[in-house]
Structures are given as structure tokens and as C-alpha cells.
Design a protein around this ligand. Structure first.
Ligand code: G3P
Ligand code: MG
Length: 254
């Protein structure tokens, strides 16, 4: 456990999960800009590479889930994606919300906001996605306020080989000992900056092991006050939440 003094100096980042998704349609510019207004330090967003090569921001490849379209994001050109309505599933007030590109989100956010780019592909050779994400981070020079996370370790290993400066976080939701995570990355020698476990997996043991091995802990999806307080007391580095306003209130009391 960290001392009280250490905790006071190192409160976790408040990261809005898919933007402020309880008050605006998730993964849209409306949700990201609202998250900043509500006190988030940054946003988590989900990305796919569309048919014309741009990285676009949405949680599912199936267009039916979040838009009035059909088919797959990965098989649709950007121009056609931009004609779809990504807001009405939330409320008619947001009917004009389009799918944003990753570049548009970077352009819209405050220059101090943190961006957790989750790469969603399950491909065994996700070369195009990796090259595109690496290109965008380099072009915008956002290494200091970005982390790329993925459930797909191949994405992270390939990113490490493409640009060693990109901060990387491994996402997982089942209990995995840290040595097994290190084993997954050993052959590529990829260095992770952070582990991104689901919040129910976090306890004192994981925190101690992570700290002793130099990993940050960024956890998701934390929506209850009691759990937020518990994770702050354990000393996690980021809390990814659907309620950045609630977390902001708790953090400002510390
Ligand atoms: O990055 C944390 C979290 O977003 C992972 O799960 O399904 O919400 O993208 P999901
Ligand atoms: Mg995500």
C-alpha cells in the first residue's frame, strides 16, 4: 500500500470510458467533449480501420449496434460511414452525430487531455491497423498523453516493433498472473507501460506485483462510488469510468 502522502500526490487519472457515455452517444465527439467539461482528464475510445484505411472510433464492427447502417465498419469506406447516424440510438437530440476518425478526436480534444486508444482488431497480422495508429501518434506527437491498449497482444507487440516510444497497455478481464502476461510478450521483448485489468481483478497482491515490476495499473469500468474510493486507496494510476463527473467529485475531495 502507498502512504497517504504518496496518494495525495498521485491521484489516478479520470478517464471517460467511450466519452461521457451516460449523457451523450458513446464514442462520438459530443461524448468526448462533454467528458472534458465534466472533469475527465482524458478519454478511452475504441478503434477500427475502415475500408479506406482511416482509423475510426466506435465499439463494434457491426454497424447495426450503434448506427442506422448495416454491414461492417471494416468493410465500409469513410465517406459512407460519415453518412450514418451514430447518435439517435441514444436520443434524437444527437441525430447528427457522425462516427469520428481518430484524427478528428485528437483535433477536437484539449491539448492536455489524455487519450487511451483501444485497438479492437482480433487479426493475427494487424499490420495496417498498427501502422496507421503509429503514424497518427507520431504525426500528432502525442506520445506523452497517449496509451494504446488492446486485448490482442499481437497488436501491442507489433506496435512496439514499429515505434518503441508508444506507451502500451495490455487489456485483460480474466485472472492472469503477471508472469503469464510477461511470457506472452517475452519473445518480442515488448515493454508494457501498463496493465489494464478489469476492476474486479485488482487487490493488494496485484498492486504490489505491478509496482515492483514497474507497471502502471489502469482499470475499467468503475462506476460505483465505493469501488472508486477503494481503487484510489489502492493507488491505481487511472480509473476508466462511464461517470467522469462522479469520479471528478470524489477526486476533488482528496
Ligand atoms: O479499455 C477498457 C474497456 O473499454 C475494455 O472493454 O468492451 O468496453 O471496449 P470495452
Ligand atoms: Mg474500450
Amino acid at each position: 500500500m502507498k502512504s497517504l502522502v504518496e496518494l495525495l500526490h498521485e491521484l489516478p487519472k479520470n478517464i471517460a470510458h467511450r466519452g461521457a457515455r451516460r449523457q451523450a452517444p458513446e464514442n462520438t465527439l459530443a461524448a468526448f467533449l462533454l467528458a472534458e467539461k465534466l472533469g475527465a482528464d482524458g478519454v478511452e475510445l475504441d478503434t477500427f480501420r475502415c475500408a479506406t484505411g482511416e482509423m475510426v472510433v466506435t465499439h463494434d464492427d457491426d454497424l447495426k449496434v450503434w448506427s442506422n447502417g448495416e454491414g461492417k465498419v471494416t468493410k465500409t469506406p469513410l465517406k459512407a460511414l460519415k453518412e450514418l447516424d451514430f447518435g439517435s440510438h441514444f436520443s434524437s437530440e444527437f441525430a447528427k452525430e457522425q462516427i469520428p476518425t481518430l484524427q478528428e478526436v485528437i483535433d477536437s480534444l484539449d491539448k492536455n487531455s489524455f487519450i487511451n486508444i483501444e485497438v479492437k482488431t482480433l487479426a493475427l497480422r494487424p499490420i495496417q491497423e498498427v501502422l496507421e495508429v503509429a503514424k497518427i501518434i507520431k504525426l500528432n506527437n502525442i506520445y506523452h498523453r497517449t496509451i494504446v491498449s488492446s486485448f490482442n497482444p499481437i497488436v501491442l507487440r507489433m506496435l512496439y516493433k514499429t515505434d518503441v516510444k508508444i506507451p502500451l497497455g495490455f487489456l485483460y478481464q480474466f485472472k492472469l498472473p503477471i508472469y503469464s502476461i510477461e511470457y506472452i510478450f517475452r519473445s518480442s521483448k515488448a515493454k508494457l507501460q501498463a496493465l489494464h485489468p478489469e476492476s474486479r481483478l485488482i487487490g493488494n497482491t496485484l498492486m504490489k506485483q505491478a509496482i515492483s515490476r514497474g507497471y502502471q495499473i489502469n482499470t475499467w469500468t468503475v462506476n460505483e462510488t465505493v469501488e472508486m474510493q477503494h481503487l484510489i486507496s489502492l493507488g491505481v494510476d487511472s480509473i476508466i469510468t462511464d461517470y467522469p463527473d462522479k469520479l471528478h467529485k470524489i477526486l476533488t475531495k482528496h
